[in-house]
Design a protein around this ligand. Sequence first.
Ligand code: ZN
Length: 429
Amino acid sequence: MKRIILFSCLCITLATVNAQDSVFVRNTIRDLTSPQFHGRSAAFRGDSLAADYLAAKLKAVGALPLADGYLQPYTFNTCILDGKVELALGRKKLVQGVDFSPVSISKPCNGKYKMLYFDAKRIDKENEVQQFRTEYKKVLSKSFVYLDVSDEGELNKSALRIVNQIKRGTNPLGSAGVVLGVKSMPAMSIPANVKPMDYSVLYVKSDLMTELPKKIKVRIDNRYACHHTQNVAAFVPGTLCKDSMIVFMGHYDHVGQVGSVYYPGAHDNASGTSAVLDLARHFAHHPAKYTTVFLFFSGEESGLMGSKFFAKNPLIDLAKVKIVVNIDLFCGGDDGIVVFNAQADNTKAFFEKMKAVNAERGYVADIEPRKNSANSDHYPFVEKGCPAIFILTKGGAYGGYHSPTDTCEGCAINKYNDVWNLIMETLGL
Ligand SMILES: [Zn+2]
């Protein structure tokens, strides 16, 4: 009797497990974008906390570990801005991520600095810079220089070259720091293995610089350290062809926390991470004929660090991979999807089938093929000869890109079920 009851309970449980589960996905996005994960990077080891969260979820849904505790550890060096990051113009304190943001590889600084102004539009010859350096020689080492670059179209080639040098680690102005005036904050990026520069750079909204302050107070607590991180890896054995694998992947890291402001990264890529976790949940309950593999990478935002490490140190036999589906930037989708590496010799059959499925079923507004690009975690697998595509959604709605505004609330998942159905039907699962 007990057995019969247990069996019927099991049947009910299985019958009520949906294919895709947008509530599960929404809850996972909400969790991953919460302050407790600090934007999922090296700052406060937010990515490791997120990895533990994912490992616990994979265990709970019944996917099996591909490594001890589902985790594949590795390291890279990076700047970490988990101390204070502050800017005051005169007496006015600005808000990090909204009014200003530092370049992440800035030299640490803390103090009051003289503010000098250099009209970027005046730079038409290199000697303009030399004249400026000569004029302010005595104070440059204690000064920040403001350059308004909010309208790059108005700058000539010499000025643009100097601005690019400043962003990349050479300061032709010779000052302690540079403030670049912009219309809106550029996307935050924190690269791997790039040491801090020997000067500091900040972006500031140019409309806050109408009254030019004589002094600014700047603090950038930046440290360069070896970051211990990990990929998360799970699988569900196939029912018929255990030796053939379909690999779903997405990066779970984001750009982290800068000062007191964290970057939630809902679109990039809590959304894709949640979709891959939902796939693991689904296949754990309904195993496919092929083995399904679920990879969650860290370090993507720092230069595909996690996926490069995995491709070099694979926990699976890459020769047995039928297809890699990388999901990155998965909110919105009102205008359809973009498929990178869609027309390689080993992916174009998949892409053609996807188009045919969509033509018949009308799941998404458009499927746009793109060439291969080293812009996400599929790339190291393409280099290893795997058939690998990268899918992102296009059109609204999402809150922003590498900005504190990329929140769970801003991330629409109304197209989630349609994109899921399109991928599953294309895969014949
Ligand atoms: Zn991404």
